[in-house]
Design a protein around this ligand. Structure first.
Ligand SMILES: Nc1ncnc2c1ncn2[C@@H]1O[C@H](COP(=O)(O)OP(=O)(O)OP(=O)(O)O)[C@@H](O)[C@H]1O
Length: 358
């Protein structure tokens, strides 16, 4: 898409983007950078001038040829921060309402499939007013799916929920990705959601795109804001080698060696050979010049310092090459000075915790 949207004299959205036609693409950036405006331009709720929006080969806007499809003729589903359900209709009728707009021949997602995917069968007779925030959001997503969209637009769909409700909803988004091949444009402020859900990230700043690429690559780039927050982390792909049931640990092989990961309570059973995605937070990684053996830290792997950046007055952020994978480590600036850390130096990465994402 190409889009320019002027918002008064203070703000202009000006982007030229090719987004993947599948998976979740996160639009990430500070408040006011234009994420919602971009979503609205895709939806046709604002009209970029000039603009060209093509979704999986379908032209929704092209100023050069005079094409403009109004919002109601764009096959998209929209989910906002607050689920906008009709409070006078029960959940079943809310779902029916969305579905009626779609001609039978164009239905790609059945109502039953949407209900099943979001686990809302028990909620069908209920009124929206009696639902929790998380339940309302699941209904809103099912309603959007039931319109058989070609594209799902989500504007901070978890932002209004507390962290326990967020954690409950995340697996539904993952399921949606596994079972429906539907591209999602997902606006968020949360790096946790980016790490967990997005395959691609568009990083925005002041109406423009700063960087775009696969989530794992962008998250460890020291020049981008994704590596600067408290949740800064690296995503790693690995293969489950073995399960240590006695200690509740998974041994996962990746390019840099084997990582021992704690099996989360309630996690699905894993089978050796399975591919797993792991998240290693910068705050859980420290470095040592020798491989300590008298330590409680199970994961100690050789690596090389790639870069060091100052991270606030007291901390340093390191990027480490461990077997070709990049890890981030946050340590105190005092330790970085005491160890005389510099790019190219051989170190041992001590990894205190590894989260298994899927
Ligand atoms: N209808 C409007 N009229 C004038 N200015 C607007 C309008 N809508 C948005 N803006 C301005 O455009 C800029 C981008 O807003 P937008 O909502 O797209 O940002 P955002 O990145 O989604 O922010 P947030 O994360 O806070 O939701 C802001 O400066 C906002 O004040």
């Amino acid at each position: 898409m190409r889009a320019k949207v002027e918002r008064g004299s203070a703000f202009t959205l000006d982007v030229d983007l090719q987004l993947p036609g599948r998976g979740i693409t996160a639009l990430f950036g500070p408040s006011g950078c234009g994420k919602t405006t971009l979503l609205r331009a895709v939806a046709g709720l604002v009209r970029p001038a000039p603009g060209r929006v093509v979704v999986n080969g379908e032209v929704w806007q092209d100023d050069a040829t005079g094409v403009w499809r109004p919002t109601h003729r764009r096959p998209l589903g929209v989910v906002f921060q607050e689920a906008s359900l009709f409070d006078h209709l029960n959940v079943q009728r809310n779902l029916d309402f969305g579905r009626r707009r779609v001609p039978a021949g164009e239905r790609r997602v059945s109502l039953e499939q949407a209900i099943d995917l979001l686990g809302i069968a028990p909620l069908l007779p209920r009124n929206p007013g009696s639902l929790s925030g998380g339940e309302r959001q699941r209904v809103a997503i099912a309603r959007a799916l039931a319109t058989s969209p070609r594209l799902l637009l989500m504007d901070e769909p978890l932002a209004a929920l507390d962290s326990a409700r967020k954690a409950e909803l995340l697996p539904y988004f993952e399921r949606l990705q596994r079972e429906l091949d539907m591209p999602v444009l997902y606006v968020t402020h949360s790096l946790d959601e980016v790490a967990r859900l997005a395959s691609e990230v568009v990083l925005m700043q002041a109406g423009r795109t700063v960087a775009q690429g696969p989530t794992a690559q962008l998250m460890t780039r020291m020049d981008l804001s994704l590596s600067q927050g408290d949740s800064a982390s690296a995503l790693i792909e690995g293969t489950l080698e073995s399960v240590d049931a006695a200690y509740g640990l998974l041994q996962v092989r990746f390019a840099g060696g084997v990582l021992q990961c704690v099996q989360a309570a309630g996690a699905p059973p894993r089978t050796p050979g399975q591919r797993l995605r792991l998240r290693v937070q910068a705050r859980d990684v420290s470095v040592a010049m020798k491989a300590a053996t008298d330590t409680s830290i199970l994961n100690v792997l050789p690596g090389t310092v790639q870069a060091i950046a100052q991270d606030g007055p007291a901390q340093s952020l390191l990027s480490l090459d461990v077997g070709g994978c990049t890890l981030l480590a946050r340590i105190t600036r005092k330790s970085a000075d005491a160890l005389r850390l510099a790019a190219g130096q051989a170190v041992f990465a001590q990894i205190k915790g590894v989260a298994v994402l899927d």
